[in-house]
Ligand binder design. Sequence first.
Ligand code: SF4
Length: 552
Amino acid sequence: MSTETPAATPAAQPKRKRGEGQWKLGHREPLTPNERTKRDDDGLNVRARIENIYAKRGFDSIDPGDLRGRFRWWGLYTQRRPGIDGGRTATLEPEELDDRYFMLRVRSDGGALTTEQLRVLGEISQQYARNTADITDRQNIQYHWIEVESMPTIWQRLEGVGLLTTEACGDTPRVILGSPVAGISASHPVDPEPAIRTILDRYIGSKEFSNLPRKFKTAISWEQDVAHEINDISFVGVEHPEHGPGFDLWVGGGLSTNPKIATRLGAWVPLDEIPDVWAGVCGLFRDYGYRRLRHRARIKFLIADWGAEKFRQVLQDEYLGRELIDGPAPVTPDRPIDHVGVHKQRDGLNYVGLAPASGRVSGDILVALAKAAESAGSRRVRLTAQQKVVVLDVPDAAVDALVAEADGLGLQANPSPWRRATMACTGIEFCKLAIVETKERAIRLVADLEERLADIQGDIDTPVSIHLNGCPNSCARTQVADIGLKGMIVQDAEKKSVEGFQVHLGGGLGLDAGFGRKLRGLKVTSAELGEYVERVVRHYIAQREPGERFAQ
Ligand code: SF4
């Protein structure tokens, strides 16, 4: 009989807990191809290669790791190769979907532009982007058809007027959303523009935060007009009973396939402390954020696991070195504010909010709008988080002429409720992840609804929001629309596979903040969309109690 002690079987050994790829806990090993790309070379470094090599030698000289990875750190994605239908999106390799042209996103933090910047944006579109330009729901201007050879000149033109594409995409702090009427609205006691400017100057383009686990979206606004509930970090205006006006700190919002409404940390932050607190949260995300699985890397997953209390404690102890001040929740408006129409500023001038059709404009329109704004005495415009544009500082005497001129450009100050509240993402025209067409579909839908529902237009006191998305990624906020539409291939009445949408009903922000119900089997073909929305809206108008909102 053997006297040896039997060796422990593998099953008997204590199981080593698998990490989530958190740097702070020692999980430095690159765990996904994206993490490897970032470890091999910082995304910001690609700018020099674009200028010195790729722009001179052309598209075929681009290293694949740069093309599908690091280019994003400078706002560049390859656009979708034309002619590939949405049913094939998931079946092809990324290189099979790549066109030789790029989408380029330009930051306009706080949505703030001068008319000179607007004109340059328009001219770049005319000269290098086949006259394309979309206003995104993150207050960016987005071009298409950009060639790599044009990038040095485009940067020179943009940077010559103070505009950046730095970290417009990638695993970085993206454009900072801000109220289009910051500093001019009579109802804003504080203008957060200096905080936005400080964050930009200190941290954007700095390697301190150029390798985050995933994208990091910020919103800073006194007013609730920038979808703060679905950003990674938000500072929302609030009056503190002892300390006065400041900002309530929210973290961990986001949509896509795991939507989450942001969590309040219960902390009140004065204006001059916003940049430090922002950097603390960003650093915490960099160090503790999950890097093992790409689809679990947004900060919302960390918040969901830790909870607000632990997150705030770690932020205070390890990143700020002090306690944050407890603060009250902000007052919630009925609906997010879109600033469309003519409104008074606190200085007696006016701001004029204009609605293009689902954010689509062009270089010609941007140049013409810059001229019209200047003729009206303005030098400032703002992009909104609802794909709209606002002209500031318009004297009473110039309002009517500006409104008429803008109308001639397809920018309406008094739009139908359908144009006002319909948004669309990029969709299959240019986006490699798209399953269906969205932009042109949205433009046709608005025209269709204006005709179909002309008889009840006056009954719609609160616009019914309709958001069209080309895939589950929800760039145009599927889950927080009254009628949210997620692109997919569906079967029509003859059992043919056609473009269509999964419908989410009754989502919203503001008082109705929450996600729409995804009704099982509620799918509609793209061709039937107008008829479907008409049915839903007529039913809502017929059934509702006085003052009842769609989401209630
Ligand atoms: Fe592209 Fe999908 Fe985002 Fe639309 S929602 S822009 S299709 S990734």
